[in-house]
Write a protein that binds this ligand. Structure first.
Ligand SMILES: [Zn+2]
Length: 465
């Protein structure tokens, strides 16, 4: 049989999916995967010898801005769709899910969605979905949910912590139910607002208001209590919920019990809680590590690693939401007004490989499952995204397990200029990133054109276009 000639062939690597791995070449035509293994020729070929060929990561939790703050603006998240999507490609991430919130109380969720669709359409170098975020569960926000589903959105985002105290609690239940009825997944930030506020104010009143006390200000039981409530909302409504950035063993236990009972409760964690622990906050520059929830104890980290391995944690997402270091370390950053969020897009997959696969805590297949296949399934993108199969988009990460780098945030694509992992030696980095058949990262350089990314939305038939 004569070898087919394709647009691109990825040659000599080990192909890895969530289901298994083995040596083989991969052929791409018209932006899609067309052949796995067997003879093939390419008009262009990538050398994947000694490397793993993985589906590009699907990071369904980032906070990219339509417009990054300029000089004189209030400090905020510093990556826009241009810099953030470049950071994604440098880290082997080929699909993003962006949290799209109104800028203030005056802006509607529909206006926020229009703002981000315009900005991402102009600037994003990777494919994306938006998660419309509700600041309140008022009449207008509730009414918007079916319309957002009809527009093609597959999820909404809610904060248990604000909605549960400032609004009639039945509103939160109604929002989750309405999203479920519209076929949408509800993403929930679980921390109990009343409890965290009480604990932080109590610490402040006793003079312990420095950010070194940040972990104590949002203890794990405030997260677990909120998870129990989200689970109860899921039980009452039957609507699926995803617990984003889960941080503690206590919260994971609550989620595990719900799943054992058959409830559609899904669990995401983020790199912070896998690689760092609460002692980091005690350093003089400990404010740089502030995320929400805070860093936890070593046993929490162990519980999350075990959860990734045994399947009780479904996905790892970055929650990429960086600030400039000067704003993290400034006096404007206080215990009662935390500037939460860090840069992780360029380090998530390499660090999962280094600290997970190389140490034996995570199989290669689970690495693919938690970074690509499970998030694609959960967000209605599978099998177009998240796997290596004929017909799937040719979104690929060619990971060189022998390449060693020392993390240096100042040299990365994110505008943050620092990484919480600065100075860490990590083995296993992207050699190439491919998005819909286009080689968009090679020789440590992002070559993607801004605006080439596509919005992935659900069509009438229920499959993403
Ligand atoms: Zn977030």
């Amino acid at each position: 049989m004569a070898a087919e000639e394709y647009d691109l062939v990825v040659r000599g690597g080990t192909l890895v999916t969530a289901g298994g791995s083995g040596p083989g070449d991969l052929g791409v035509a018209d932006g899609r995967i067309v052949q796995l293994g067997g003879p093939m020729r390419g008009r262009r070929e990538l050398d994947a010898s000694g490397a793993y060929v993985l589906p590009g990561a699907v990071d369904t939790h980032v906070h990219l801005q339509a417009t990054a703050p300029g000089p004189g603006d209030e400090p905020g998240f510093v990556d826009d769709f241009a810099s953030g999507s470049r950071a994604a490609l440098a880290g082997g991430v080929t699909t993003l899910g962006n949290m799209t919130f109104p800028a203030d109380e005056a802006q509607s969720v529909e206006e926020a969605v229009a703002r981000d669709l315009a900005a991402a359409g102009a600037c994003s170098a990777v494919d994306y979905v938006l998660h419309p975020g509700l600041l309140r569960a008022d009449d207008a926000s509730l009414a918007a949910i079916p319309a957002l589903a009809a527009q093609g959105h597959m999820s909404i985002k809610l904060f248990m912590m604000s909605l549960d105290e400032e609004a009639d609690p039945s509103r939160l239940v109604a929002a989750v139910k309405r999203a479920g009825d519209a076929g949408m997944l509800t993403l929930v930030h679980c921390e109990d607002g009343a409890l965290t506020r009480f604990v932080a104010e109590d610490l402040t009143a006793s003079g312990r208001d420095a950010l070194t006390h940040y972990p104590a200000s949002r203890p794990d039981f405030t997260e677990a209590a909120s998870v129990e409530r989200a689970v109860a909302v899921c039980r009452a409504t039957g609507a699926p919920v995803c617990l984003v950035h889960l941080s503690s063993g206590a919260a994971l236990d609550a989620a595990r019990r719900a799943r054992a009972g058959g409830l559609p409760v899904y669990v995401e964690t983020r790199p912070l809680y896998l690689h760092l622990t609460a002692e980091a906050h005690a350093a003089s520059d400990g404010a740089r590590f502030v995320g929400m929830p805070p860093l936890r104890q070593a046993n929490d980290s162990r519980a999350l690693w075990n959860g990734l391995a045994d399947g009780s944690v479904d996905t790892v997402a970055t929650d990429h939401a960086p600030w400039f270091l000067r704003d993290k370390l400034s006096p404007g950053h206080r215990l009662t007004a935390p500037r939460a969020g860090v840069a992780e897009l360029e380090t998530m997959v390499p660090m999962l490989y280094d600290a997970g696969v190389r140490t034996g805590r995570l199989s290669l297949e689970r690495l693919v499952a938690v970074t690509a296949t499970a998030p694609a399934r959960l967000h209605g993108l599978y099998p177009r995204k998240g796997t290596l199969a004929p017909g799937a988009d040719a979104d690929l990460l060619v990971l060189d397990p022998d390449e060693e780098r020392v993390i240096d945030g100042a040299a990365m694509e994110s505008r943050a200029g620092y990484s919480v992992h600065d100075g860490r030696r990590v083995l296993g980095w992207p050699r190439f990133t491919v998005s819909r058949g286009e080689v968009v990262y090679a020789d440590r350089t992002v070559t993607a054109r801004p605006g080439r990314g596509r919005w992935l939305r659900r069509t009438r038939t229920g499959t993403p276009t």
